[in-house]
Write a protein that binds this ligand. Structure first.
Ligand SMILES: Cc1cc2nc3c(=O)[nH]c(=O)nc-3n(C[C@H](O)[C@H](O)[C@H](O)COP(=O)(O)OP(=O)(O)OC[C@H]3O[C@@H](n4cnc5c(N)ncnc54)[C@H](O)[C@@H]3O)c2cc1C
Length: 458
């Protein structure tokens, strides 16, 4: 493409071979429709793409994997970072450096060679940078904190088209860690690794008849466990199709996921009240290397349609499980995958170097995944609204990382942060991106500036 001479990677416009493949990530309901896609090979390509966007008044969207797409670009510049997927581990310093497009899987494997683990989440397929910028709630986060709490430095291309490295003491270092993609295109990030070689982990899969009891007991159980016990529960209506393993097919499952940093003996003892609820269809709990941690949640890798929303809860009240089950439980006739993650542990503690991550005091986060039929608002959105409405009495806000699908509502970003942090983020946005070039995200509008989302080539 003429517009983008001098790239190491390629630039693709609508109609070019590879355009559709490059704009399509994991999320398939809501696709970017950029005027140009830059398949970046390195920092210089990102710089060129950002300068091009700013010169032409276009919005910039970034895609590494497409797991977190929430505001698709219409006519802007899409920077595809998937080829910038390098990893370097420094075992002595216990740190890793990952490129913009690196998936967790690569870091987990490289760190595992040295008996170390990152603060990765449920799916090793998710991108490192998008995850950390949104906070990053990991399998080990109750023990060690948010991934954003353990970043050493960040290399970022800002709206002035310059590449900078930011570290503790820089305003942008505070804002990027939790502020998502609002402040630039991150080209690389350095973060801590932890000496966790092995885990007691896996999943307990209970059948439909036990689901309500498991959900209620899980709520009570989370109040009793030590910080080293990480867990979540998923309530999953499994489709009745051959691709699903026979014992799980067509069932509405309760899937309790465990990641415990401790001995097998203690782990076994801690999960006793859950196992005592009854037979499991599948029980994979046991000792495992951290490199196998992706099997705990066992999330699908294939591209798919989904809409994901969430509520950060001050408490997982006794009334909440039944309120949720009435709306999307077995027999409700309404499709929705419910997930509740246990927070707490060290998460409420302020990190050594402050960042923008909000709602640290939340005790649990409720996530809901529904299946929209197309890009417009439909029954999937209504289900999401109803479930989120049902937990309103205990909702303190949202987590920006668990907002996926077409959810660009202006008020959403405000709900992701403490009020003072939001004001500071908006003020920093006005300084670093007054034109809101980086708007295809959970968007923080620059203070006193109009939000622009739909820039088109003229
Ligand atoms: C199956 C699944 C499991 C998940 N599990 C967890 C979990 O356990 N814990 C958790 O905290 N989150 C989890 N998430 C949420 C996930 O961390 C966010 O959606 C994250 O934004 C995904 O980043 P990505 O690069 O993979 O996705 P992408 O869609 O490629 O990027 C998402 C957004 O991140 C920003 N971004 C990405 N790369 C850059 C960059 N280089 N510079 C600036 N901005 C950038 C952009 O705003 C972009 O729109 C999960 C999501 C899914 C779909």
């Amino acid at each position: 493409m003429k517009l983008m001479n001098g790239l190491d990677g390629v630039a693709l416009g609508p109609g070019d071979t590879g355009y559709d493949e490059a704009r399509s990530g994991v999320q398939r309901t809501y696709l970017h429709r950029p005027s140009v896609i830059v398949r970046a090979e390195g920092v210089a390509d990102v710089v060129r793409a950002v300068r091009h966007a700013v010169e032409h008044g276009l919005a910039v969207a970034v895609q590494a994997t497409g797991h977190g797409l929430n505001v698709p670009t219409e006519g802007g510049v899409l920077i595809d970072t998937s080829r910038m997927s390098g990893v370097r581990v420094d075992p002595a310093a216990r740190t890793a450096w990952a490129g913009a497009g690196t998936r967790w899987e690569k870091v987990i494997d490289a760190a595992g060679e040295h008996g170390l683990a990152p603060l990765s989440g449920s799916s090793p397929d998710v991108g490192v940078v998008g995850y950390i910028l949104s906070g990053g709630l990991g399998l080990l986060s109750r023990t060690f904190g948010y991934a954003a709490d353990h970043v050493r430095r960040i290399e970022v291309v800002t709206a002035d088209g310059e590449c900078a490295t930011v570290a503790p003491g820089d305003d942008l270092f505070w804002a990027l860690r939790g502020g998502g993609g609002n402040f630039g295109v991150v080209t690389g990030i350095e973060f801590d690794l932890f000496p966790v070689d092995r885990l007691f982990g896996g999943g307990l899969y209970f059948d439909t008849d036990l689901l309500p009891a498991v959900f209620r007991t899980y709520r009570e159980w989370t109040a009793t466990v030590p910080d080293s016990m990480g867990s979540s529960i998923g309530l999953i209506p499994m489709p009745d199709v051959p691709a699903v393993p026979a014992p799980l097919r067509g069932r509405h499952l309760a899937h309790v996921r465990i990641a415990y940093v401790g001995t097998v003996q203690n782990g076994e003892r801690l999960v006793e009240p859950l196992r005592a609820l009854g037979p499991r269809i599948v029980d994979t709990l046991g000792e495992m290397p951290f490199t196998a941690s992706g099997t705990i949640h066992n999330e699908p890798k294939q591209p798919r349609n989904f809409l994901c929303t969430n509520a950060m809860l001050s408490e997982f009240d006794a009334a909440a499980p039944d309120a949720i089950l009435d709306l999307v439980g077995p027999g409700s006739g309404v499709f929705g995958v419910v997930q509740v993650n246990h927070l707490g542990g060290v998460l409420p503690r302020p990190p050594e170097v402050a960042n923008a991550v909000g709602h640290r005091d939340a005790s649990h986060v409720l996530r809901l995944v529904t299946l929209p039929q197309g890009p417009g608002r439909d029954a999937a959105h209504e289900t999401a609204d109803r479930v989120i409405g049902a937990v309103k009495p205990w909702t303190v806000g949202r987590a920006p990382g668990f907002v996926q699908g077409d959810q660009g509502a202006a008020e959403l970003a405000r709900e992701c942060y403490e009020p003072a942090a939001f004001e500071r983020l908006a003020a920093l946005k006005a300084v670093h991106d007054a034109g809101n070039t980086f708007s295809c995200n959970v968007n923080i509008p620059p203070s006193d500036t109009t939000v622009r989302r739909d820039a088109h080539v003229t």
